[in-house]
Each structure stands twice: as structure tokens, then as C-alpha cells.
Design a protein around this ligand. Structure first.
Ligand SMILES: Nc1ncnc2c1ncn2[C@@H]1O[C@H](COP(=O)(O)OP(=O)(O)OP(=O)(O)O)[C@@H](O)[C@H]1O
Length: 268
């Protein structure tokens, strides 16, 4: 290794554009989790895992600026996310695409209008350039030709993909998903997984997602953090395929083997 401490810090910021340092999450005086620390590497598909109600969505809310940590820090490259003002946080989030569980498309707008909205709000692009971008993004998610459809005219899987097209409208550096495959049949869920990998590659994005779909976790996650409700802290961070073989923490083993203890990962 070469370079002084400053260069090493710079390298770490470039390689791990999102870092969580000793985070404590609380609702009022109730401490949900403490001592949460992990690094998300550039290009990771990073999964927040854990049992129901342990605090996965709450962690995501901290990462996207919706909930302030009780203590600890969240770093986006060199910026202490909760140490700067709201306008600066909004600027950082401008580089992020967010897909909520409910898809949250505007029901009174067509797909074209839904996807165009962030471009109209946040860029100076001409109408023609916006129309081109919208067509491009809808094609990326496999919805070319559906520009003039309303959300209610689509299946659940198509709505997810449309919401994804809107989330990537501004070519985000980070993509955040809360249970993206919730409510989808297994085949649509797998297609969505493939799409997430494709988008990560084509946008050069870093993906952070909450999920407890083991099939998804094993097929696309490159890195993860495991939150444990019992001990109210994280028990592991790393590639889930490594964790299932190497972890000595029973809750991690139970979760990753569906309680069977069989550590052989079989992909279907
Ligand atoms: N606004 C709130 N005020 C108080 N407690 C809350 C609030 N939101 C969530 N909680 C509690 O915090 C805990 C964690 O909730 P969270 O939704 O983050 O868990 P989760 O791991 O995402 O759950 P699931 O897998 O079921 O979606 C739960 O016990 C929940 O009841």
C-alpha cells in the first residue's frame, strides 16, 4: 500500500461512497438499534437484512434523509450527511433514485408524465430532450410503447418497473429500494432482480435495498448488513453467500438458511 493518510481517506471515499459510522436509531426515548457501522462500496448491491420489525426500513429512512440519527454519522463521500443543512442534504439526495414499496406513481398521470416529472422539476432540458430521456428510461425497464398508459392500466410488476424508470430519470449515483419485489410473483421478482443488476451496470450506480427475499439476496447482493431485533444491533456485514458459510451468529444462520441450518446455497 502506498500513500499517506490523506490519500487513503480519499481512496476510501471513492471506493465506499456511503459509510455508516456507529449509528444509533431511536423513536423518541426507545432505542431501536445501536452500534450500526458498515461501508457500501461503489457498484455494490447492498442489502439491509433482518427479521420483521427489526428496523430495516428505519435504517433506509436514515440513509435517504427522512429520519435523523439519535447519534452516529452517515457519510456520503466526504460529507457528514446529517451534519449539513437541509438544502445540502437535498442536493446529495438529488443524486439518488428512490423506489418505495408502494411504487407511488401519480395515478392521474401517464407513465410518460410520471417519468418526465423529475426532469421538468430538476433540469433545464428542453421538452424534446425530456421526451427522449423518458422514452430511453422506459425502454431500459422494458416498457417501451406504454408511454401513454396510466398506472391503473398496468400489472403490479409493470408499475414497479415504471416507478423504477422514474427513479432513474436523473441518472442517479445511488438507488434505494424498499422491498422492491414485495407483491410480485416469483418470475416477475426474478426479472426485477435482473433489471436491478442491468441498471446498476448501465448507470454505474450503487444500490441499497431492504429485502427479506432470500432468492433475491443470494442472486444479486454483493454486500449486506444484518440487523438483529433481539440484541438491538447488527450482527454481520459482508456478502451473504460468505456470511451463510462463515457466520457464527445463530440469528444470521437462521435467517440465511430459513431456520434449517443447511448452509449450502442453492440458486433457483
Ligand atoms: N414512526 C414510528 N414511531 C414509533 N415506532 C416506529 C415508527 N416506525 C416504525 N416504528 C417501529 O420501529 C420498529 C422497526 O420498524 P421498521 O419498519 O423499520 O422495521 P422493518 O425491519 O423494516 O420491518 P418489516 O420487515 O416488517 O417491514 C418496529 O417495531 C416499528 O413498530
Amino acid at each position: 500500500m502506498t500513500g499517506g493518510p490523506q490519500e487513503k481517506k480519499q481512496r476510501n471515499q471513492d471506493e465506499c461512497p456511503l459509510r455508516v459510522e456507529n449509528l444509533t436509531m431511536a423513536y423518541g426515548s426507545f432505542i431501536l438499534m445501536r452500534n450500526i457501522s458498515f461501508e457500501v462500496r461503489k457498484g455494490d448491491i447492498f442489502v439491509i437484512m433482518g427479521g420483521s420489525g427489526c428496523g430495516k426500513s428505519t435504517l433506509l429512512r436514515h440513509l435517504i434523509g427522512l429520519k435523523r440519527p439519535a447519534s452516529g454519522r452517515i457519510w456520503y463521500r466526504e460529507t457528514d450527511f446529517w451534519g449539513v443543512d437541509e438544502a445540502q442534504r437535498a442536493r446529495i439526495m438529488r443524486r439518488a433514485g428512490i423506489l418505495y414499496q408502494s411504487s407511488a406513481l401519480w395515478s392521474s398521470m401517464t407513465l410518460e408524465e410520471n417519468v418526465a416529472l423529475p426532469l421538468q422539476l430538476y433540469t433545464d432540458l428542453s421538452e424534446k430532450a425530456i421526451a427522449e430521456q423518458v422514452a430511453f428510461k422506459l425502454a431500459l425497464v422494458g416498457l417501451a410503447g406504454f408511454e401513454s398508459f396510466y398506472p391503473a392500466q398496468l400489472s403490479g410488476g409493470m408499475r414497479k418497473r415504471a416507478a423504477l424508470a422514474r427513479a432513474i430519470a436523473l441518472d442517479p449515483e445511488f438507488l434505494f429500494f424498499d422491498e422492491p419485489s414485495a407483491g410480485l410473483d416469483p418470475v416477475s421478482a426474478r426479472r426485477l432482480d435482473e433489471l436491478i443488476i442491468e441498471l446498476r451496470d448501465s448507470l454505474g450506480a450503487t444500490v441499497v435495498m431492504v429485502t427479506h427475499e432470500l432468492a433475491s439476496i443470494y442472486s444479486i447482493a454483493t454486500n449486506s448488513v444484518f440487523l438483529d431485533a433481539g440484541s438491538r444491533t447488527m450482527l454481520a456485514t459482508g456478502n451473504p453467500r460468505d456470511l451463510v458459510r462463515e457466520s457464527d451468529q445463530q440469528p444470521v444462520i437462521d435467517f440465511l438458511t430459513r431456520g434449517t441450518g443447511n448452509r449450502e446455497v442453492r440458486l433457483i
